[in-house]
Design a protein around this ligand. Structure first.
Ligand code: OGA
Ligand code: NI
Length: 209
């Protein structure tokens, strides 16, 4: 669907700025498939865990999203989506000379007031996340609904771009260097969030989730 030239431009942007925002990322049929899957699994979403914070109240200060981890075998209704993700992964491998070889994704739901404090996506003891991917699923998002993705410069101190979580907008960014935060959502906020890995998921010691 997207041309080679288009992918090259995105790869250049990702290499240069460490992130790239792509609108209209998924073809309509895949977007609809994902949206209905999300709807069907709304009840299966669970409070996300945060690294060392076993304590739920402590974890909630850091992040308040509910997640549902996708499993290729169990969730084979999403096979066309997994194929699409793999195609993207191969594109980055070719264009950015990476050796990505796996991925892990979850559905994420931020209830009203939900947020995720500033962080990097590589955790201590678990550094195989190379590229973070967030695909937003908020059809009616409007200014004031909050839940923007706020990026920071490499120091992690200075805010840079603030990205609106618009339906079918994909953001790719480097997991190890790009500090980011989910600003408080004033309306429920949905996304498909994941990571492209340079080893299959499960090889690292899993402390984040
Ligand atoms: C994450 C994250 C960003 C977003 O789940 O690690 O930073 O916009 N998500 O949902
Ligand atoms: Ni993150």
């Amino acid at each position: 669907m997207h041309s080679d030239l288009q992918w090259e431009a995105w790869a250049d942007a990702l290499a240069e700025h460490e992130y790239v925002v792509i609108d209209g990322y998924l073809p309509d049929d895949l977007l609809h498939l994902l949206e209905s899957f999300f709807q069907q699994h709304q009840d299966a979403l669970q409070q996300a865990k945060v690294g060392a914070w076993a304590d739920r109240q402590e974890a909630l200060k850091v992040r308040s999203d509910l997640t549902y981890w996708l499993d290729r075998q169990r969730d084979n209704a999403l096979d066309p989506l997994f194929a699409w993700i793999e195609t993207s992964l191969q594109r980055w491998n070719r264009l950015l000379y990476l050796s990505l070889s796996g991925y892990e994704f979850h559905l994420a739901y931020y209830p009203n007031g939900g947020h995720y404090s500033k962080h990097l996506d590589q955790f201590r003891g678990r550094n195989n996340r190379l590229i973070s991917c967030v695909l937003y699923l908020n059809a009616d998002w409007k200014p004031g609904d909050g839940g923007e993705l706020q990026l920071y410069d490499p120091s992690g101190e200075t805010p840079t771009e603030r990205i609106q979580p618009l339906r079918n907008r994909m953001v790719f960014f480097r997991s190890d260097t790009v500090w980011h935060e989910v600003l408080p959502a004033h309306a429920p906020r949905k996304s498909l969030t994941g990571w492209l890995l340079y080893q299959p998921s499960g090889v690292g010691a899993v402390i984040g989730a």
